[in-house]
Design a protein around this ligand. Structure first.
Ligand SMILES: Cc1ncc(COP(=O)(O)O)c(C=O)c1O
Length: 384
């Protein structure tokens, strides 16, 4: 008899994104648009800061929640961007936003509980809830003309007596949808009414098109201590491999989260934290350039894929994904595998993003212009 795994972990499927990426890495010349990252490296000024930090002796453990200097730099940036005052003790730095998300879920959701996830959504939330022993429940966005739209009634309908948390990601991976401030207020009120934690994933907040900055739940929380905002250096500064993110939460919640992290990961790597301070301090021009670059790629994707019959492209207000609905598509995983074989382009199957995702494919357009031009030419040849 093989040893039994714990069902909370054994029930977590291997990520379809990792599966397709692994196949793409073994395929000569394949272009990977399946992951949520750019093919452009971290900018030089951030790399240099990490290098200098290592040489200057930032090679030791730090406080689990991050150095005071990094937490103060995050507080200063949140204030500059959103006008929200945070104390150092309300910030816990983590190994990517991923760890902040897991800690937030694990702090509040357990066996017999559930969390309501606005979907389609990155699979980290549903799987985090499963790993905590809870049940993910889904509140789908609805299609409204060319865009995805928020459905507060779907969230209300998914809440029951065992609900502990609502999870919302805006700007959204994979849909490109962005929540409005009024919708944020309504969700905060709903969370307050049911005494739920509201976990807001804002890792794409600075990659919003048209407005430059997406609205943050932190600006409408009005002191509600059930709000946890997570954010990251990954997408804003092309630092996916560095693994640095953070949570903003009440002091009580932040303490529970970092106390637990001490015995899982301990602190985020010390020189990365130093580089993070420099990214926040000196990175505004870089972020503006990156946003302009992605806006141009978004338009490039829209004009190439929008011309293909059978593909319907939702409007992308933020983040860096195109999420076309494909007429008649019922098995996006098989279609994505076919596209890798026929077009030599790896895209993510919509089914990887939970209910509402099937029937779609997701392309990450955060690549260089040359990469996108080649990938779109290949996809157009096969899909037309
Ligand atoms: C919505 C969302 N949240 C969190 C993450 C994870 O970010 P990090 O690299 O900071 O762990 C991703 C990465 O794709 C994401 O798309």
């Amino acid at each position: 008899m093989p040893r039994a795994f714990r069902p909370e972990l054994a029930g977590v499927p291997e990520s379809p994104l990792v599966l397709i990426a692994t196949e793409a890495e073994a395929t000569p010349g394949a272009i990977k648009l399946c992951y949520g990252e750019s093919d452009m490296p971290t900018p030089e000024f951030i790399c240099r800061a990490a290098d200098e930090a290592a040489r200057a002796g930032h090679t030791f453990y730090t406080h689990t929640a991050g150095t005071p200097a990094l937490r103060d730099a995050i507080a200063a940036k949140v204030h500059a961007l959103h006008g929200v005052e945070l104390r150092r003790s309300e910030i816990a730095c983590t190994i990517g936003a991923s760890m902040a998300i897991y800690l937030a879920i694990r702090s509040f959701v357990g066996a017999g509980d559930n969390a309501v996830i606005v979907s389609p959504a990155y699979a980290i939330y549903a799987n985090g809830v499963r790993m905590a022993g809870g049940e993910p429940r889904f509140a789908p966005l609805v299609r409204s003309g060319a865009r995805f739209a928020f459905d507060l009634d779907a969230v209300k309908g998914a809440i029951n007596a065992r609900t502990r948390m609502i999870v919302v990601n805006s700007p959204s991976n994979p849909t490109g949808w962005m929540i409005s401030r009024d919708e944020q207020r309504a969700l905060i009120e709903l969370a307050q009414e049911h005494d739920l934690v509201l976990l807001a994933d804002e890792v794409y907040e600075r990659l919003a098109y048209g407005t430059a900055l997406a609205p943050s739940f932190a600006t409408v929380a009005d002191g509600y201590d059930g709000l946890i905002v997570v954010n990251s250096f990954s997408k804003t500064f092309n630092m996916t491999g560095w693994r640095l993110g953070w949570a903003q939460a009440s002091e009580r919640t932040a303490r529970v989260m970092y106390a637990a992290a001490e015995f899982m990961t301990s602190n985020p790597n010390a020189m990365t934290q130093e580089a993070g301070i420099v990214a926040l301090r000196d990175g505004d021009a870089y972020v503006a350039e990156l946003r302009a670059h992605y806006a141009a790629r978004r338009d490039q994707v829209r004009s190439a894929l929008g011309a293909i019959r059978g593909l319907t492209l939702p409007q992308v207000d933020g983040a860096f994904y195109a999420f076309p609905a494909v007429a008649g598509l019922t098995d996006s995983a098989t279609r994505a595998a076919e596209l890798l074989r026929t077009a030599n382009v790896a895209v993510a199957p919509g089914s990887a993003f939970g209910p509402g995702g099937e029937g779609h494919l997701r392309l990450c357009f955060a690549a260089s212009e040359a990469t996108m031009t080649e990938a779109l030419a290949r996809l157009t040849a096969v899909l037309s």
